[in-house]
Design a protein around this ligand. Structure first.
Ligand code: HXC
Length: 290
């Protein structure tokens, strides 16, 4: 197709890009996931965010809904991704109130710093269960709805003439770069995220023929998250030292994770699946395991 017919501006990057789409997000009250959802809502989507803390889920949902007048954003609390029945209830409510699920962001995670010597079997299992089993559970309960969405949106045949039907049936797993090199005090999270990456890659292969895309976003050091804000408040000099060894010379922002999310859920990523988008300023290439 000649370049002048591609018409990027009107076909891909536009207002209401996600009008009529619904995103379901676990860990949606957290700094990164709430920014991802906010960006999608700003561009036309409706959303359901779930989290363990009921009050927080409601207040973050209210806040996200201000991103676009008329948007519908539901916050459901007391949802533990380790319990599939708890997630199923949230998905049922999302479908009933918003009409379906087109996009899943599996972002729920639990973490703390601990050497293996202080990591009890239960502590290790807790993080594996939240990050990995929780991502699997979210996938299982959303898949029937993602398949419906994929059917509606992705039936172009073996050699498509265009992909104008718009995206549907998409998954983003929020992972990390901890396991690329190994990270001290993070054995539990690194092992869990390695599993999440493998989960995404297998979903991509198994569900690609059914029109579903599955991709990973791996954030690096992101400044405007609750955890890092605490760290920076404790030690601004540690934050500056960290920035010095990041190739781009600075921490990232949640907006930069949201930007990658918009791309992966847009028509611009129609032919992208089973991939990892690392948004880390190049940090993992210089991160030292010592
Ligand atoms: C050692 C710890 C610990 C710590 C908890 N445990 N904190 N062990 N050091 N700092 C142990 C407990 O003693 C217990 O083991 C086991 O973990 C389970 O703890 P509970 O509090 O009973 O479990 P639960 O209520 O389910 O809490 C889960 C949690 C919690 C993961 C342990 O800390 C949590 O949810 N944290 C907040 C969420 C969070 O941090 N989200 C941000 C994720 S960001 P015993 O043996 O005593 O029973 C992220 C990005 C990764 O993940 C990349 C980072 C760069």
């Amino acid at each position: 197709m000649p370049l002048d017919k591609l018409d990027y501006v009107s076909s891909v990057w536009r207002d209401n890009l996600f009008a009529g789409k619904v995103v379901f997000c676990t860990g949606g009250s957290g700094s990164i996931c709430s920014a991802q959802v906010r960006a999608l809502v700003h561009l036309g989507a409706d959303a359901c965010i779930v989290g363990r803390d009921a009050e927080k889920a409601l207040s973050v949902a209210r806040d996200i809904s201000t991103a676009r007048p008329g948007s519908k954003v539901i916050g459901i609390g007391a949802v533990d991704v380790r319990r599939v029945e708890s997630l199923q209830g949230a998905v049922d409510r999302c479908v009933e109130e918003l009409g379906g699920i087109d996009f899943l962001i599996a972002g729920a995670a639990g973490n703390f710093l601990s050497p293996v010597s202080n990591l009890s079997p239960n502590a290790f299992r807790s993080v594996i269960e939240i990050d990995l089993i929780g991502s699997f559970n979210a996938t299982k309960v959303c898949l029937p709805h993602l398949l419906e969405s994929a059917k509606k949106h992705n039936s172009q045949g073996a050699i498509p003439k265009s992909t104008e039907a718009g995206p549907g049936g998409r998954i983003i797993y929020v992972s990390a770069t901890l396991h690329y090199t190994g990270t001290p005090l993070q054995t539990h999270a690194a092992v869990a995220k390695a599993g999440v990456d493998t989960l995404s890659n297998n979903i991509a292969i198994e569900y690609g023929p059914l029109g579903i895309t599955s991709n990973i976003i791996s954030p690096g050091p992101i400044a405007d998250t609750e955890g890092v804000q605490r760290l920076v408040a404790d030690s601004a000099s540690a934050a500056k030292t960290r920035a010095k060894i990041i190739p781009l010379g600075r921490w990232g922002l949640v907006k930069e994770i949201a930007d990658a999310t918009i791309w992966l859920f847009s028509d611009a990523a129609n032919y992208v699946t089973g991939q990892t988008t690392v948004v880390d300023g190049g940090a993992w290439r210089t991160q030292s395991p010592s």
